[in-house]
Design a protein around this ligand. Structure first.
Ligand SMILES: O=c1ccn([C@H]2C[C@H](O)[C@@H](COP(=O)(O)OP(=O)(O)OP(=O)(O)O)O2)c(=O)[nH]1
Ligand SMILES: [Mg+2]
Length: 148
């Protein structure tokens, strides 16, 4: 699929998000900052990516997810856990970078910080009822099927 993209920071012009391998699901997003940014232990900052996308089709959205290396090795994840980009959002893609570790981490300008995944979306309508036809699960949850 083809998505309109605006380059908001000229440094992004020659490093637009792209799939690293033919099977990649994620497009890396870079930290479009002018100087190194130190995230103190448990610190978080909203980091610009230098680009905007307009998905337009309400049948799609984008998710911002952590990169596994940064998350696992350095504790750099997302302050909102997952970022949801609506199909009608036209502003700059922003990454809420959260250092959940107890060691400071310095983010370098243009470093790959997070990743964007385009996903299909179904917009639901609701049919208000008094009773549901009984399912096998019923109201069971929270481990109702047992452990292990
Ligand atoms: O990590 C994120 C999450 C969101 N957004 C942008 C795109 C999204 O479409 C918009 C609104 O996000 P969301 O609906 O999650 O935030 P909200 O707190 O509900 O704000 P709003 O009232 O603007 O919907 O902010 C980002 O750039 N990065
Ligand atoms: Mg919202």
């Amino acid at each position: 699929m083809n998505i309109d993209l605006k380059v908001l920071d000229p440094r992004m012009a020659d490093q637009l998000p792209s799939y690293a391998t033919p099977g990649s699901a994620g497009l890396d997003l870079r930290a479009c900052i002018d100087q190194p940014l130190t995230l103190e232990p448990n610190g978080w900052r909203l980091v610009p990516t230098g680009i905007a996308i307009y998905i337009k089709d309400p049948g799609f959205a984008a998710l911002i997810l952590p990169r596994s290396g940064l998350g696992h090795k350095h504790g750099i994840v997302l302050g909102n856990l997952v970022g949801l980009i609506d199909s009608d959002y036209q502003g700059q893609l922003m990454v809420s970078a959260w250092n959940r570790s107890d060691v400071a981490f310095t983010l370098q300008p243009m470093e790959r910080l997070a990743q964007l995944v385009i996903v299909p979306v179904v917009q639901a309508t609701f049919n208000v009822v008094d009773e549901f036809p009984l399912s096998q699960r019923g109201e069971g949850g929270y481990g109702s099927t047992g452990k292990g």
